[in-house]
Design a protein around this ligand. Structure first.
Ligand code: GLY
Length: 433
């Protein structure tokens, strides 16, 4: 089978590896903006083009007789790549625009949750004007401020974190209103976790829960990033969660898929990503994304024991409910090495070399290859992942690998360490009383 992968980051490298491990021996083709050396090595052929160039995607897919596609990032989904591929007769894992709206329009997503009574929705309102927005900030007193459109995970700011007080929340809102609608919502207090699922229009297959770390520096300090690293435990839940927390989050995602069909008349076929905050009153929804997380994809895809291409086929045929999907019960720790100065003043075009990474796996993200050498861009460069019986053992594998990447890079040593995980457990204990 000939499979086309759209996207060229670390997440897509993990997807490419999942596809290539299939016992059906698929031929992989990639459509990506920059040459990701990890993906290129797994492909028969690739085209370097902007991933939102829908006509070029279709032209390339037809020229290579592609039989099925996987869309990694959100931007091509928002541009309607899934619709265009289906129209061209190519089944695709990645929702059509009618459903991908759940990620690319945050105001739509909140109004949709409210309309269908989906649990975990905060008090919120959507604004296009400054005066009522400022009044609502005053009324709620403790808020999160979100631009309605796509921002690569870096647009949301919350009080008690990036926004020191009400005045800062108002100023940020005014800045965002110049570009479009803004969602102001009640701030949730708790621990974040991610739940991802394959969806075939009606059935969901859930991956183990993951915790990502958005802040650039150790101790959860510094500016927000796309995610500096993430971990899973050996099982479905994280150490600070109770089994019922996971069940509630799953129910929210199931209700979301069902209601999306009612609202749009289109089945959601792809990966649904739920970003939750576990509060004293259970899981609340921060946002939904229409794709795997990055880095969260790298934690969970390597755990799949079921054939990735068989899962893709079940997603596009709507037969996921009949396919038993199994995971290896291991813990994972993924850490990103990022360019010095990231995210504010990243040092681009710096050569990176990979030494002995031991048992770890490596995924190339925003790097490019030129004359056989690998160079940084302005974003996250290389992810390493350790997989072991415990989080502690997985962390050691990942950390050892990071120390053998050479170049002007930095990473967070604390992700996956016992001390940071204990902090999460203590935080939840305190909140739950
Ligand atoms: N790691 C956050 C995201 O993929 O949206």
């Amino acid at each position: 089978m000939k499979i086309l992968l759209i996207g060229g980051g670390g997440r897509e490298h993990a997807i490419a590896e999942g596809i290539k491990k299939s016992k059906h021996n698929p031929s992989l083709y990639a459509f990506m903006a920059k040459k990701n050396p990890g993906i290129a090595a797994l492909c028969e052929d690739f085209l370097l083009e902007k991933e939102t160039e829908i006509e070029k995607v279709i032209e390339y897919a037809k020229a290579r007789n592609i039989e099925m596609a996987f869309v990694g990032p959100e931007a091509p989904l928002a541009a309607g790549v899934a619709d265009a591929l289906w129209e061209a007769g190519i089944p695709v894992v990645g929702p059509k625009k009618a459903c991908a709206i759940i990620e690319f329009d945050k105001a739509w997503a909140r109004n949709f949750m409210k309309k269908y009574g989906i649990e975990g929705c905060p008090a919120y309102e959507v604004f296009t004007e400054e005066k009522p927005a400022h009044a609502f900030i005053e009324k709620l007193g403790d808020v999160a401020v979100k631009p309605s459109g796509l921002t690569g995970g870096k647009g949301v700011k919350v009080m008690g974190d990036q926004l020191p007080d009400l005045e800062a929340a108002k100023a940020y809102t005014s800045e965002l209103l110049e570009k479009g609608a803004v969602v102001i919502e009640e701030r949730f207090i708790g621990e974040e976790f991610t739940l991802q699922a394959f969806v075939d229009g009606k059935s969901l297959v859930f991956f183990p829960a993951v915790q990502d770390h958005k802040r650039a520096y150790e101790g959860d300090l510094g500016p927000n990033t796309g995610g500096m690293g993430s971990y899973t435990d050996a099982g479905e839940i994280l150490p600070f969660m109770l089994p019922e927390d996971l069940e509630k989050a799953k129910k929210i995602m199931q209700d979301t898929v069902k209601s999306l069909y009612e609202e749009t008349g289109t089945g959601y076929q792809g990966v649904l990503y739920g970003q939750f905050i576990l509060t004293a009153n259970g899981p609340k929804v921060v946002e939904f994304n229409a794709r795997f997380g990055d880095p969260e994809a790298m934690n969970v895809i390597p755990l799949l024991e079921t054939d990735f291409v068989e899962i893709m086929s079940a997603v596009v045929k709507g037969t996921l409910g009949n396919l038993p999907v199994n995971f290896s019960k291991k813990a994972t720790v993924c850490k990103y090495a990022v360019p010095a100065g990231y995210p504010e003043k990243p040092e681009k075009d710096i050569e990176v070399t990979v030494g002995d990474i031991g048992e770890a796996s490596i995924y190339y993200a925003s790097v490019y290859e030129k004359e056989g050498k690998i160079y940084t861009t302005s974003s996250r460069a290389i992810a390493v992942i350790g997989i072991a019986e415990t989080i502690a053992a997985a962390e050691k594998i990942a950390q050892n690998a990071l120390e053998n990447l050479h170049g002007k890079l930095f990473f967070r040593k604390d992700i996956g360490t016992a001390a940071l995980i204990q902090k999460r457990i203590d935080h939840m204990k305190e909140l739950r009383g």
